[in-house]
Design a protein around this ligand. Structure first.
Ligand SMILES: [Zn+2]
Length: 257
C-alpha cells in the first residue's frame, strides 16, 4: 500500500539524531512521498536542503503564524526567492493562530495575506493552519482571491467550518487527532467530508496517532490515520488508502491523475 505524508516537519531538531533512519523507516513502510513543511526562514532553508537528499521528499515554504515575531514583512521577499528553489511545491504553513494570544493578530493577518498572494502569483497550493481564528480567517478569505488549491491542514474545526471549506471547494487534511479518544468532533467532520477532498498527514514530530499517542510522531505512522479514516467511512482500507494517495498526488504533484 502507498502513502503520502502531506505535512510534517523533518527539519525540526527532534529529528537531528536519527533523521536518516526516520526517512528510511517511512519508505520501508510504504510512504512514497513526504511533504516537509517550513515554518520560518531558517526552517524553510533546512527543508529545501533535506529535499535535496531524498528523491521522494518535497518542500513547502512559508512563515507559520506563531513565528511572525521572528520576521519583518520585508522578509516575504526572501520567501519569494526560496519559492523558486527546486522541489518547492506549495506555500505553507500559513494562517492565523490565536490559541496563545491575540497580541500578534495584525501581524499574523499581514503575513497570511502576503503569502496567499505569493501562492496565487506562483500558482502553488496553499496550506492553511487555523486555530482559534475561524472568523478572522473567513473574513480574509472572503476578501481576497484565493489560489486554486487550498488545504486546511490538521483539521480541528467543527462541522460549521467544514461546511464552509466544502463550499469553497477546499481540501482538508487529518492528523493523528482523528484517532484520539476525545476527538469526537473531528471524527464527525471526517464522516461528513467527501473522501475526494480529504488528505492525511502526520504533522510529525507532533500528534502521533494511537497506539503511539504521546510519543514523537514520524511519517510511517500516517498509515494509522488512513486506517482510522477507512473505519469512519465504513469502507475497505485498501480502497480508502488508494483514494487518499491519489487525492494527495493530484493536489500536490499532478493535476491530470
Ligand atoms: Zn505543521
Amino acid at each position: 500500500m502507498k502513502y503520502f505524508d502531506t505535512h510534517c516537519h523533518l527539519d525540526f531538531d527532534q529529528f537531528d539524531n536519527d533523521r536518516e533512519e526516520v526517512v528510511k523507516r517511512a519508505k520501508e513502510q510504504g510512504v512514497e512521498y513526504i511533504l516537509n513543511v517550513g515554518t520560518n526562514i531558517e526552517s524553510n532553508k533546512k527543508v529545501i536542503e533535506i529535499a535535496k537528499n531524498y528523491d521522494f521528499i518535497y518542500s513547502s515554504i512559508g512563515i507559520h503564524p506563531l513565528d511572525v515575531d521572528k520576521v519583518k514583512i520585508e522578509d516575504l521577499k526572501e520567501i519569494e526567492k526560496l519559492v523558486k528553489s527546486e522541489k518547492v511545491i506549495a506555500i505553507g504553513e500559513v494562517g492565523l493562530d490565536f490559541y496563545y494570544s491575540k497580541d500578534k493578530m495584525e501581524k499574523q493577518k499581514e503575513f497570511f495575506i502576503g503569502q496567499i498572494e505569493i501562492a496565487g502569483k506562483y500558482n502553488l497550493p496553499l496550506i492553511i493552519h487555523q486555530r482559534e481564528s475561524k472568523n478572522q480567517l473567513i473574513e480574509i478569505i472572503e476578501n481576497i482571491k484565493m489560489p486554486e488549491k487550498v488545504v486546511f491542514h490538521c483539521f480541528g474545526g467543527d462541522l460549521d467550518l467544514a461546511r464552509y471549506c466544502l463550499g469553497k471547494n477546499f481540501y482538508i487534511s487529518f492528523t493523528g487527532i482523528l484517532t484520539f479518544k476525545n476527538a469526537k468532533n473531528v471524527r464527525e467532520v471526517a464522516k461528513f467530508y467527501p473522501i475526494e477532498k480529504i488528505m492525511v498527514e502526520t504533522d510529525a514530530p507532533f500528534l502521533a496517532p494511537e497506539p503511539f499517542r504521546g510519543k514523537r510522531s514520524e511519517p510511517f505512522m500516517v498509515k494509522y490515520i488512513v486506517d482510522q479514516l477507512a473505519k469512519l467511512k465504513e469502507k475497505d482500507i485498501n480502497e480508502i488508502t488508494d483514494l487518499i494517495f491519489k487525492n494527495s498526488i493530484k493536489f500536490f504533484l499532478k493535476n491530470d491523475l
